[in-house]
Design a protein around this ligand. Structure first.
Ligand code: ZN
Length: 297
């Protein structure tokens, strides 16, 4: 049974809807580190119990954040999707997936047809998959009444490649062709309480999603950071970034900007509850998790 987390930031409601959990070894997360398990041991106290399983694997999650703000329903990142041919790429559980994501979304109070806006922090296969679904032999927009607000430079980069990745062909181009896309800038304001924040590096047009309402703030970090364990060794990374140096700079900037502030950090691949604070910890950082509404100061 997939788990959910729900919290309020001012007048904004956020709900995590999980699609898949992938236990990941410290060695895979930190391929360039000579002692990845030492980092894991050092971080164990705050990784447990939510983000570490009994085998010592860090739990990676693929999920959407549903935002209810200013009379709108917004879905941030749309996971892997069903029926996608991922034979040549992706991970276990991705290829021709048959998961209950749409039912989970509806149970969380956000049936696909009720969604007003879809945002993708970037156009990778685990963030844009449910942009489309397979109906009668073709890909159609899953969120039939939504505007898909795609960052212009992100779309232009991937669609301009000679051989774009499968996700572009089966999950992004069909929504463009259906007329459901508005290309927006990387600092676009979606509504009074929700806006995009440029964080290029992992991909050329990667964005974070910022939320601010009634004196409270949050940031959905996308893949600027893949695992909370990176707080303990911010120079380290799993082998997933398109532009390694830019991604590293974006990650350090994110930590620098939000550590020891009241801005709630919502992870995109952090295991549920995936809500917490960045805190300075010696020469690095840690991630202090909380469940439910943020503890008020
Ligand atoms: Zn990702």
């Amino acid at each position: 049974m997939p788990v959910r987390n729900s919290l309020r930031i001012g007048d904004v409601k956020l709900t995590l809807v999980e699609e898949l959990v992938m236990p990941t070894s410290a060695r895979w997360l930190f391929p360039d580190h000579e002692a990845p398990f030492d980092v894991l041991e050092g971080a164990r106290a705050w990784l447990e119990p939510h983000m570490l399983n009994e085998r010592g694997h860090v739990l990676q999650s693929i999920h959407s954040w549903v935002i209810e703000a200013d009379g709108m329903r917004i879905v941030v990142d749309t996971g892997i999707g069903n029926d996608k041919d991922r034979e040549g790429g992706g991970f276990e559980g991705w290829h021709m997936r048959q998961g209950p994501y749409l039912e989970e979304l509806a149970e969380a109070g956000a049936p696909a047809e009720s969604v007003d806006v879809v945002l993708n922090t970037h156009l990778h296969g685990d963030h844009a998959g449910w942009n489309t679904k397979w109906v009668d032999g073709g890909w159609v927009p899953t969120f039939e009444n939504a505007r898909y607000q795609l960052v212009d430079i992100e779309w232009e980069y991937w669609s301009g490649l000679e051989e774009p990745p499968d996700i572009i062909g089966d999950s992004v181009r069909p929504v463009v062709e259906a007329g459901s896309v508005d290309l927006v800038s990387a600092d676009h304001r979606v509504s009074d309480s929700v806006w995009l924040e440029p964080s290029h590096g992992h991909t050329p047009g990667h964005v974070c999603v910022r939320i601010g309402s009634a004196g409270q703030e949050a940031v959905i970090i996308g893949d600027v950071m893949h695992s909370p364990i990176q707080c303990a060794a911010p120079e380290q990374r799993p082998p997933l970034d398109s532009f390694v140096e830019e991604a590293r700079a974006a990650r350090l900037q994110l930590l620098e900007r939000y550590a020891d502030t009241d801005v709630v950090v919502l992870g995109t691949h952090f295991h549920t509850p995936a809500s917490g604070y960045f805190r300075r910890d010696g020469s690095a950082y840690r991630y202090d998790v909380f469940e439910g509404d943020p503890p008020r100061a």
